[in-house]
Design a protein around this ligand. Sequence first.
Ligand code: PEP
Ligand code: MG
Length: 587
Amino acid sequence: MDYFRLRGVGVSPGIAIGEVFLTERVIFTSRKEEILPLQVKAELERLKDAIGKTEKQLTHIKEQIKEKIGEDHSFIFEAHLLILKDKSLFSDLVRIIKKEKSRAEWALSRVHEKYKTLFESISDEYFRQRKSDIEDVLTKIYRNLKPPESKRGDDDKEKILVAHDLLPSEAALRLSKGNVLAVALDMGGQTSHTAILARSLDIPAVVGLHNVTGRVRKGDFVIVDGTDGEVIVNPPLAIRKEFLSKKEKYDDYRKELKKTAKLSATTLDEVRFFPMANIELPEEVNLARSLGAEGIGLFRSEFIYLQSTTLPTEEDHYSIYSRLAKEAYPSPVYIRTVDIGGEKSLPQLKIEKEPNPALGLRAIRFSLRDRDIFKIQLRAILRASVEKNVRILIPMITEIEEIEEVKRLFWEIKEELRERRVKFDMNIPLGIMIEVPAAAAITDLLIREVDYISIGTNDLIQYYLAVDRSNEFVSYLYKPLHPSILRLIRFIIETAHREKKEVTVCGEMAADPLSAIVLLGFGLKKFSMNPIFIPRVKKALRSVEYKAVRKMVQKAMTLKTAQEVEEHIIENILVKHPNTFLMGHIT
Ligand code: PEP
Ligand code: MG
């Protein structure tokens, strides 16, 4: 048995050691089988039967998952049922069968190709991932067209699941069984359903391995390192020992972090801070809470547009927001209005291609152009606000006029709902993201117009430093601790405090323990981040003294480079509290 190692992307931390279990890869037909015109009717019936069967299966799986791992995870099947019932998908299939006089298999493979090409042309990774939902539904229909397969005896032994890609429903079913030690996939990215699910079930996962399915065989012995994104196949004894001890250390560390989630979010000198979660799916609320989130600081509403091939209705929006509000209650949920347009384009929105999407028609710029879409979303958020824990966040604000326009629309919808006697929170707070440098520079003016601000450091840093961080040639310049960034963020935070308004940082910067300490030093108390990073940030902030950090950061502001700032903070913190980052940086 050959020993080799494969690199991928670690999307769910942890280490697992065990035997390989390979899932079968579904390949759509590439051969067109023609039928006679008089067979078309029967072929359409065959398709309808398969769709009917698929609907029954999906409803059944939905109920099962709801019972086994909770309502959160059954939601995906709700989305799949919607895709299945989508009229344009069905009419596409019917049209191909009728026009090309072909088998339903061929029609499914054509439609599959169409969506694959559409989704692959989207540059935003998160949106690209959503193609798997459509693929999932099409595969189920496809399988139901075939004569029923004899059931393979599914081994209950604990194994490492290796697959080309896991369809979202397959992922939910397999991972919930409790016998999957880890997952290794050819495909996938950070925001795929499998990644989110694996993280929430605490199963180590490495994706994007390209051809792990071609390199390993059933029964091979592998180590999956979800922290470092590595899969080690048939390791010699010495390597096994090394990873066993790494696994032990990691497991202890996880236990410690889980304990941290239950501890108070206060610094050594009892200054309270609030860790919150950035999420994209309502399924993530429980995970976020279990990791110590005190509210959802950023709900990226873009994903709602991916639940269907048509535009989401007010009811689609409403059911998600009210679920979020209820599940997070009494903690707050900050729902960000849609941040699409430009590179985060979606086929059903028919957005023009732009030469420079990052500087183009995105977020609020798009919402203020296509107001009907925006109003649907605002109305749904308002209707979901009855529990009084819903807040609104407007992305990519550049100038005062945009807020005035949003407030006008907002008021119009409130009036309309009042006339219709629909219940909502009349005092629902409204806030904006500060992520455009121009907005940052006029924080004092903007903040008087709203109830709070949230600093989106991901965009703010890239715009302020003029660095596209996904561009490998310049990403070395992307430095959150660049003195210019620190001055700008300090100005925003201090301005908010002077105006007695709430301020949060919701970019990646809040998830890095060292940067979070610097932000605390500016007086920041609200940190919103990917929930898996909450324990490490909480641990770091609990290890320091607010007063001392304030002083230390004041000194750091006199330094000339990001490196000097980093060294200054590390030296100072480690002298007093040697455990602040050591463990915290492992995650
Ligand atoms: C940000 O820009 O920091 C942010 C939180 O928004 P997104 O990452 O969704 O652009
Ligand atoms: Mg942003």
